[in-house]
Write a protein that binds this ligand. Structure first.
Ligand SMILES: [Zn+2]
Length: 380
């Protein structure tokens, strides 16, 4: 009937106007964020009001519920030349609620609880087309070459949204992307860890180290771990490490050889770099695999080439991981098979304190920031 059609049309029009006015409301209201105008020390971080980002046709707007802090954030704040735009908002590991979706987005709805995959690949280069999006030369990282999650709202491509269920809290979800994706790609995809392998996890107290320890245990490996303090070693033992070594007091390669009857380990999980490189290589058994994702103590390391080929060692690099891998990790976390280790949750305004703690390596596991001062806690 014409009248019913008219009424339906009016209702549709009014709803449309309401949605549009809501979008305007979201954009016009400023949000709180941690920004820096130039790179440098912790004092460059400022807690300020900035505009809520406007999304383009393939993006979503997420109300940030938790954002974890990474070592890369420290380097981005200090001097990494790729960082843009300025003033810049850090934060690659983000969990939150979708509050706006663009017209071309049909894969995620307003109200969905999501964690964001941090890598934004070009989706057109040969690496992307081969499914190796983490090898893309044109990829951007959320919070690194875009504004990130040290804020009340963040925008991201809809394809980066991975749904999370109520089984996973926002802080736990935000602790997953960079640390677990990196550790999973290193151990499962690159080193192809097997049940029964002996695995050495370096710096088990770090975000990627604690993730690596859990993934190695989940895969059935026997885990040895290093850390810088006895307290961290105790935490590593509670997480299932068979042997823990304080690397500030002991040559860990000697401790590994002593523990394995001179054999060494099948896999070394490296992310420390120059300071540990030679001990890491020396810890490998015949046909051992060293997989590395980081160089926090320096880029250059030596290797005895003769020993390398005689022992038939494999040295492999690894960088972050794919959204597909992140979906697998989120499923395992929701099933309780992986439990993100959270050192503490701080309010967003305390981002500078989070950077200080991370720089001093006082944490065991991830430090999360939460906007709105949603209850924050201090870990052990
Ligand atoms: Zn690409």
């Amino acid at each position: 009937m014409p009248t019913r059609g008219y009424a339906g049309c009016s209702a549709f029009l009014i709803m449309g106007l309401m949605v549009n006015s809501l979008k305007c409301w979201v954009r016009k209201i400023p949000m709180k964020a941690i920004v820096f105008y130039e790179q440098g020390g912790i004092d460059k971080l400022r807690y300020e009001e900035v505009p809520v980002p406007a999304i383009d046709s393939s993006e979503i707007l997420v109300k940030v519920k938790a954002c974890s802090v990474n070592h890369l954030d420290l380097r981005a704040r200090r001097d990494r030349p790729e960082v843009q735009p300025f003033p810049h908002i850090l934060g690659s590991d983000i969990a939150g609620e979708v509050v706006e979706v663009a017209s071309d987005v049909h894969t995620v709805d307003v109200g969905a609880h999501v964690v964001l995959s941090p890598c934004i690949p070009c989706e057109q280069c040969p690496d992307c087309l081969n499914g190796d999006e983490n090898l893309c030369d044109f990829q951007e990282l959320l919070g690194f070459q875009t504004n990130g999650g040290y804020a009340e709202y963040v925008k991201a491509p809809a394809k980066n949204a991975v749904l999370i269920s109520g089984a996973l809290g926002y802080a736990e979800a935000s602790a997953i992307p960079t640390a677990y994706l990196t550790a999973w790609h290193m151990l499962v995809t690159r080193a192809q860890i097997r049940a029964g392998d002996d695995v050495l996890i370096l710096s088990a107290g770090s975000g990627v180290g604690s993730a690596g320890l859990q993934i190695a245990k989940l895969c059935g490996a026997r885990v040895f771990a290093t850390a810088s303090t006895d307290k961290k070693l105790e935490r590593a033992r509670r997480m299932g490490a068979e042997l823990t070594i304080n690397y500030t007091r002991t040559d860990f390669s000697e401790a590994i050889r002593a523990e394995t009857g001179g054999r060494g380990v099948d896999v070394v999980f490296e992310h420390v770099g120059a300071a540990t490189w030679e001990q890491s290589v020396a810890s490998l058994a015949k046909k051992g695999r060293l997989v590395t994702c980081g160089v926090t103590t320096g880029n250059m390391g030596q290797i005895n080439i003769r020993q390398m080929y005689q022992k038939q060692l494999t040295i492999m690099g690894s960088a972050l991981g794919t959204t597909s891998e992140l979906r697998t990790i989120i499923r395992l976390a929701e099933q309780g098979k992986l439990t993100p280790v959270i050192d503490r949750v701080l309010p967003l305004r305390a981002a500078a304190e989070a950077h200080r703690i991370l720089e001093a390596r006082e944490n065991f596991g991830k430090i999360c920031l939460q906007p709105d001062d949603i209850g924050h806690t201090t870990g052990e």
